[in-house]
Write a protein of this length. Structure first.
Length: 301
């Protein structure tokens, strides 16, 4: 093996080790001792072995990675999971375990790439592939959350229309919200059901509405929640607020569609120039160019 290859492998291994240390660096010895002293009196009795895997044994990889990860990163994963609708088949522990496995696969692929590419570029590619594999599940989770926000934003005007009709028919605001949530489908209906459940378990209406806006992260829904809170505080008729908000959101949706339609000619220019125009030039000017070439070749003879 050439010395350059050995140096590249050693550099890649050192860089990968440093990256793992920064990402999964655990607590120091003094911190571990302090935590052990604090938990000494709170230790639960050891379970009797029954031959069945316990929850800790089932999620061993996720538990170890979660203990090694920085707490801000864990909080970010939980927040992204909540923004994606809290999918039951993709819990935070499963996401963390997937991140660890993807990082391992990325490290293996990066090591193979570093052996095929020169030292500086190979090391950079190895570290980049490892980091990309580690954060790929978070990127997918963020993409799912963005799609969910878009769906909520599109469903909000129609939902407000239905709530306005129900309130004008004589129902209270909570009853109208419950009716719309039960009859509706999608992410917004699920969030409304959870908001009503929060109110039923004892949370204040204002707190439940603010949690709804915080969970979804949709600006139009946050603006609607603020208007509802102000209407309840100042005694404004909720039917008027619902109708005004529905008209405003419908207008915003129409303007958004018009803006997207106006962007189409600009986006079509580049494919037109790169792919369509050359083919048209070949079809239109090709026979004439061939005839000119034959004419000049005949004069030359």
């Amino acid at each position: 093996m050439q010395p350059i290859a050995i140096l590249a492998i050693a550099s890649a291994a050192a860089g990968f080790g440093i990256l793992l240390w920064f990402l999964f660096g655990g607590a120091t010895a003094s911190r571990k001792q302090m935590l052990a002293n604090l938990r000494r009196q709170q230790e639960a009795p050891k379970p009797v072995p029954t031959g069945l895997p316990t929850e800790k044994q089932k999620g061993g990889l996720a538990t170890k990675l979660r203990a090694k990860m920085p707490q801000p990163l864990v909080k970010t994963i939980v927040k992204l999971w909540a923004g994606a609708g809290r999918p039951e088949n993709n819990t935070p522990d499963r996401i963390i375990a997937t991140m660890g496995l993807m990082a391992f696969v990325g490290a293996v692929v990066g090591f193979m790439v570093s052996r095929l590419v020169a030292a500086p570029l190979g090391l950079v590619l190895a570290i980049g592939i490892t980091v990309l594999g580690f954060f790929y599940p978070m990127v997918r989770l963020q993409s799912a959350g963005a799609d969910r926000k878009t769906a909520i934003k599109q469903q909000l005007p129609d939902t407000l229309d239905q709530m306005s009709i129900a309130v004008n028919a004589g129902l209270g605001f909570d009853a109208a919200m419950l009716r719309v949530a039960k009859n509706g489908r999608g992410a917004l209906a699920e969030e409304l059901v959870r908001t009503l459940q929060d109110i039923q378990v004892g949370q204040t209406r204002r707190g439940a509405y603010e949690d709804l806006a915080e969970r979804t992260g949709v600006e139009t829904l946050r603006r609607f929640v603020r208007s509802i809170i102000q209407a309840e505080a100042y005694g404004i008729a909720l039917s008027d607020v619902l109708q005004t908000q529905a008209d405003e959101l419908r207008m915003e949706r129409r303007q958004y569609a018009e803006r997207k339609a106006m962007e189409i000619p600009v986006k079509v220019v580049f494919p037109l120039i790169l792919f369509i125009m050359p083919a048209m030039f070949i079809v239109v000017m090709g026979p004439g160019a061939i005839g000119i070439i034959h004419a000049f070749s005949g004069l030359g003879q």
